[in-house]
Design a protein around this ligand. Structure first.
Ligand code: HEC
Length: 231
């Protein structure tokens, strides 16, 4: 019993030691010591992101500007943050859906389907919008940064996808390709908050993750009868 208590005390001491070490490691170069053990979780998060030097805040990002700017919420994110990650109330829903709808830009020649093979590359690629600890060189990716779709969606069955979003297998086969469904799909990809306010899906078009042309390729991947999504 006593032995057990001693072990626990030793473990606790080690944890404190680690924290202090961690604290001192980050303290240098930021005007004296910062005691992270006195911070609230929110303060600690802010400190680690903005003051610890661990995150490349001045890294250039694909949409222009630097990663620091990504950490400032835009109006839509602020509106959604009010919900605290919980249920979205009716007022917020309407507000966010309208904001999203106003954001959507349509291709000049109308919504068209591009090349599903390029679309597959873009849906597979997890490079798009990536920031953080290393700098991506997008000139080395053939079709551009990519849409990260498989991080969240199962699309074709020849590759494993994530399950944060709904399964999109047989998307075109099940829904057809009427103007209405093409428009809906373009809009969801461009700014999904127009239909799903405060969703987890990124604003692929509105945030410049993919260009209008790249979206047309991803849409071909969803709709083309020859695409593995519909096989
Ligand atoms: C971070 C996760 C995430 C990523 C990345 C993502 N999505 Fe989604 N997607 C979702 C979620 C979640 C939904 C469901 C909307 C909701 O209920 O919030 C969704 C919904 C959709 C829908 C509507 C589905 C329906 O049944 O009508 C389409 C189409 C879609 N996504 C396509 C894409 C494409 C194409 C990409 C890549 C360019 C992509 N998504 C990237 C999470 C994601």
């Amino acid at each position: 019993m006593l032995n057990n208590i001693l072990k626990k005390a030793a473990l606790a001491a080690t944890c404190v030691g680690l924290l202090v070490g961690f604290n001192t490691a980050y303290a240098g170069g930021h005007g004296g010591k910062v005691d992270i053990t006195k911070m609230t979780p929110e303060q600690l998060a802010e400190h680690l992101i903005f003051n610890s030097g661990g995150f490349k805040l001045e890294q250039k990002v694909q949409e222009g500007g630097v990663s620091r700017q990504r950490l400032e919420q835009d109006d839509l994110q602020k509106a959604c943050s009010v919900t605290g990650g919980g249920a979205v109330d009716a007022n917020t829903s309407v507000k966010v859906m309208n904001m999203a709808r106003n954001d959507i830009k349509y291709p000049k020649g109308g919504i068209k389907l591009g090349d599903w093979k390029i679309g597959r590359e873009l849906a597979w690629s997890g490079y798009g919008y990536r920031v953080g600890h290393r700098t991506d060189n997008h000139s080395t990716t053939k079709y551009g940064p990519g849409g990260n779709c498989y991080n969240c969606h199962q699309m074709a069955t020849d590759r494993t996808g994530g399950n944060i979003g709904p399964v999109l297998t047989n998307y075109g086969k099940l829904r057809g390709s009427s103007d209405a469904i093409l428009k809906y799909t373009y809009e969801v990809i461009y700014n999904p908050h127009a239909y799903f306010p405060c969703t987890n899906m990124p604003r692929i078009g509105a945030q410049n993750v993919l260009t209008e042309e790249q979206i047309s390729h991803v849409m071909a991947y969803l709709f083309d009868p020859e695409s593995p999504v519909n096989k």
